[in-house]
Design a protein around this ligand. Structure first.
Ligand code: TYD
Ligand code: ZN
Length: 422
């Protein structure tokens, strides 16, 4: 199949315009991590796209080697924000943080890029704000509308920003949660946000933090949707080129470690807080600006690629039944990159209805509702949704008390010891 129109190699850095790249890893051709198939599909037509990462030596953005056309990735999107208590709390926390730190008055306009089913905006609406979502996935914007969240059904861009400004006025807060890493033309977004923000407006961006990714060997977060893995240095570089300024940053433990970066107009009223130079210092100290750190990361990935298949195959050889816990996009990176498949995992469970009854991309492992596991009880769960470990282990005490075990794939494959209290 000809992929030429839908994928292109990255040449210049989307943040700083440089082209001095360090090669970090190359996983070869991999199917799309959210490309769930129905069992009736012809697997022969499944497309694979090159997957690898580079690090820009100038701004230390880590970038995918190739960009897949967003129309292919997002028009019909299997990802919906999971119904998780941890996520609900995190969303409430973000709402409170934005409101208090940047003094959002009631009735402020809050615009969210990649608003998905509108759950984060519902928290702002409850706090008395006017809200507008922007999301290209038609299947999700319908759900958002049913939730009462008005949603602009397109990819955000400078043009869309102008339209929103004309129809709704300037925004006091623009939110981009786990969306910025998905965008190729970040300059167009920065220019659009600058146009949309009121003079005292704030842009709050949450992304997985590359320092956590490297330290946790969370290479499964590398898939075609995540074009960029930002350092603080890369954020500072990007916004300085667009008349904007990084004001503040918070680190969170959720999703394997993320940062919430606050950005305002260069000449706006908000001062830069000490958290910004402090995190730049931490990055330097932990080696984020050195080639050696990325070489070590690549070696640790190779170790997982050797040890995880060895562990699973030895369990299978002992007659053990292994099932994937969750069918997250990142799980598909682990499985395909480690060369795992139906020989090792019988099926995966997932709470997302859209995924149930379908099969995983690449490995074609079937996805079932969690109830399926009551009839087909595994000996081991491979914890693919490891970012929800605490919540999942709490929920699965009965499984663990009955002798079931969890395998955690990263930073190094290991079997969690039971009983559940430990
Ligand atoms: P998530 O980590 O949010 O996303 P990504 O696809 O970006 O890697 O995905 C978690 C997946 O795990 C999601 O498909 C829902 C599923 N899940 C369960 O099946 N059971 C659970 O208890 C939880 C918390 C998640
Ligand atoms: Zn760069």
């Amino acid at each position: 199949m000809d992929n030429r129109e839908t994928v292109r190699p990255v040449s210049v850095c989307r943040v700083c315009g440089g082209n001095d790249w360090q090669d970090v890893v190359d996983f070869g051709d991999v199917p799309l991590a959210n490309g769930f198939l129905s069992p009736a599909d012809s697997y022969e037509n499944e497309r694979r796209y090159p997957l690898g990462v580079l690090s820009c030596r100038a701004c230390r953005l880590m970038s995918l080697t190739h960009v897949v056309d967003p129309e292919v990735l997002y028009r019909d999107y299997a990802y919906t924000t999971p119904d998780s208590e941890m996520i609900t709390q995190h969303m409430r926390h973000i709402t409170a943080l934005c409101r208090t730190r940047f003094e959002l008055p009631p009735d402020s306009l809050v615009v969210e890029l990649g608003s998905n089913t509108g759950r984060q905006l519902m928290a702002f609406r409850e706090a008395g704000m006017r809200t507008l979502g922007v999301d290209p996935a038609r299947n999700l914007t319908d759900v958002a509308r049913r939730n009462g969240i008005e949603t602009f059904p397109d990819f955000f861009s400078h043009d869309v920003a102008r339209t929103i400004r004309r129809d709704h006025g300037q925004a006091r807060l623009v939110l981009g949660r786990h969306v910025f890493a998905h965008i190729d033309d970040v300059s167009d977004i920065a220019a659009g946000v600058r146009e949309l923000l009121s003079p005292d407006g704030v842009f709050a961006i949450e992304v997985p933090y590359v320092l956590d990714l490297l330290e946790k060997v969370a290479f499964d977060t590398i898939y075609h949707e995540h074009l960029s893995y930002f350092t603080m240095r890369s954020f500072v570089t990007l916004f300085a080129r667009h008349g904007l300024r990084v004001l503040d940053v918070e680190r969170f433990g959720v999703h394997g470690g993320s940062v919430l970066v606050f950005v305002g107009h260069e000449d706006g009223p908000w001062p830069e807080r000490p958290s910004v130079p402090e995190l730049l210092r931490v990055e330097r100290q932990r080696g984020l600006y050195d080639d050696a750190t990325y070489r070590t990361f690549a070696q640790r990935i190779e170790r997982v690629r050797t040890e995880l298949p060895e562990l699973l195959r030895s369990l299978v050889a002992q007659g053990k039944r292994i099932v994937g816990y969750g069918a997250p996009a990142k799980g598909n990176t682990i499985l395909t990159v480690c060369g795992l498949g139906l020989k090792e995992l019988e099926y995966c469970t997932d709470t997302t209805e859209l995924k149930q009854g379908r099969v995983l991309p690449g490995t074609h492992i079937p996805v079932h509702a969690p109830e399926h596991a009551k009839e087909h009880i595994p000996d081991y769960y491979l914890l693919l949704a490891w970012n929800y470990a605490t919540e999942i282990l709490d929920k699965e005490t009965a499984f663990r008390d009955n002798g079931g075990r969890f395998i955690v794939p990263i930073p190094r494959p290991s079997i969690l010891t039971s009983p559940s209290g430990s």
